[in-house]
Design a protein around this ligand. Structure first.
Ligand SMILES: NC(=O)C1=CN([C@@H]2O[C@H](COP(=O)(O)OP(=O)(O)OC[C@H]3O[C@@H](n4cnc5c(N)ncnc54)[C@H](O)[C@@H]3O)[C@@H](O)[C@H]2O)C=CC1
Ligand SMILES: CC(C)CC(=O)C(=O)O
Ligand SMILES: [Mg+2]
Length: 352
């Protein structure tokens, strides 16, 4: 198995660099024990570069990044930059250009984690969010801007090809899990064109996975069940926008946004997959060492798993789980949390 990987690091804005530093610290410990090498290239992309050059993601940089084995991203977006410039021009461009059509967002309630739910039950599900289509493709426009007669559209794009490939991925993931259950979340009572495409696709692909139980929820009802009965979920497959919203809620019920990891996966491996926390750049706490780096650290674990190092990924999960169990609510800095998790990983017996 390959033991040297090239890793593109896009730390980004706000708390992005703070949490990414800690993720790299933990990754280095695991890598050293496992005999893995990550040749890292840091990319200066985000608000600073935009202010200095007007660039979000130059083509040449995109091509360089494309040549790596994987990408670790912090977060993107800054109040000094018009909303959408970096989110669309950098983050979404990476996801679209690198064909990250599976946005994988696991949610697990670790023992000892405070949750706002009185009776959470066992929470362990994964959201498979479509990553390259939906309302995020920029299929819209505006006329008569700034007038009382302004008209703005943002049309959701859903293709049979795009829906089928992500649904197929979600079924495969459901089949590999003990409960083998897949829930389609959409709004097919109102968004009938896109919704019916999703429903028909789930029905057709589902015929190839007879041992996976399938159900359906409208997205509004899904939010109810995430708050009242989250243990009913195993694999959720949904579109780009619904998945974005549902996974912030999923984070909130499983200990908070500081714990939620994600992978922007290209299952075909035709380009590098990108791993990042679910959260954003959190300008309200940036530069204060208050950010929880756990989500970034767990995202590095997802990166290891994607590269075929499941045992090493599990070492990170175990160290995080132990750290969370030991948290007594006392405030710790970003660096302290990262250091504590790195120490726990180092103290574990490495897998032979
Ligand atoms: N993947 C990405 O790069 C994303 C970027 N964004 C961008 O980030 C900027 C801020 O967006 P918001 O809507 O405020 O979402 P956000 O996720 O950055 O912050 C929401 C709330 O969660 C808190 N928070 C986030 N991460 C945390 C952490 N690791 N530890 C402790 N608290 C944490 C923040 O302090 C804030 O109160 C915007 O420019 C937005 O477009 C938002 C989401 C994802
Ligand atoms: C900033 C958005 C483009 C992304 C987002 O909120 C997310 O992927 O969770
Ligand atoms: Mg989001």
């Amino acid at each position: 198995m390959t033991s040297t990987y090239s890793l593109a690091v896009v730390a980004g804005d706000g708390i992005g660099p703070e949490v990414t530093d800690q993720a790299l610290k933990v990754l280095d410990v695991v890598a050293a024990d496992a005999g893995l090498t990550f040749d890292r290239t840091a990319y200066d992309l985000g608000a600073r570069r935009w202010h200095a050059t007007g660039e979000t993601l130059p083509d040449s940089v995109l091509e360089e990044i494309r040549g790596h084995d994987a990408i670790l991203l912090g977060a993107v977006g800054d109040p000094s930059v018009p909303s959408g410039v970096l989110e669309r021009g950098l983050l979404l461009r990476l996801r679209f250009e690198l064909d990250h059509y599976v946005n994988l967002r696991p949610s697990k309630l670790f023992p000892g984690v405070p949750t706002p739910l009185a009776d959470p039950g066992e929470i362990d599900f994964v959201v498979v969010r479509e990553g390259t289509e939906g309302p995020y493709v920029g299929n819209g426009g505006a006329i008569r801007v700034g007038t009382p007669h302004e008209v703005a559209t943002e049309v959701s794009l859903n293709t049979a090809f795009g829906v089928e490939r992500v649904v197929r991925d979600a079924f495969a993931r459901a089949q590999a899990r003990p409960r083998r259950k897949l829930t389609l979340v959409h709004k097919n009572n109102v968004l009938v064109h896109a919704g019916h495409l999703w429903s028909r696709t789930v029905e057709a692909v589902g015929a190839e996975f007879p041992d996976v139980t399938v159900d359906y929820l409208h997205v509004d009802a899904a939010t109810i069940f995430l708050a009242t009965d989250p243990s009913r979920f195993d694999v959720i497959v949904t579109d780009n926008l619904f998945g974005d919203i549902l996974t912030d809620l999923a984070a909130a019920i499983t200990g908070g946004i500081g714990l939620a990891a994600s992978g922007n996966v290209n299952p075909d491996r035709s380009s590098p997959s990108m791993f990042e926390p679910v959260h954003g750049s959190a300008p309200d706490i940036a530069g204060q060492s208050k950010a929880d780096p756990t989500a970034a650290i767990l995202s590095a674990g997802l990166l290891l798993e994607h590269l075929g190092h499941a045992a090493e990924a599990q070492r990170i999960t175990a160290a995080v789980e132990a750290d969370i169990a030991a948290r007594q609510g006392q405030p710790r800095s970003t660096q302290e949390v990262g250091e504590a998790i790195a120490e726990r990983v180092a103290a574990e017996v490495p897998v032979a």
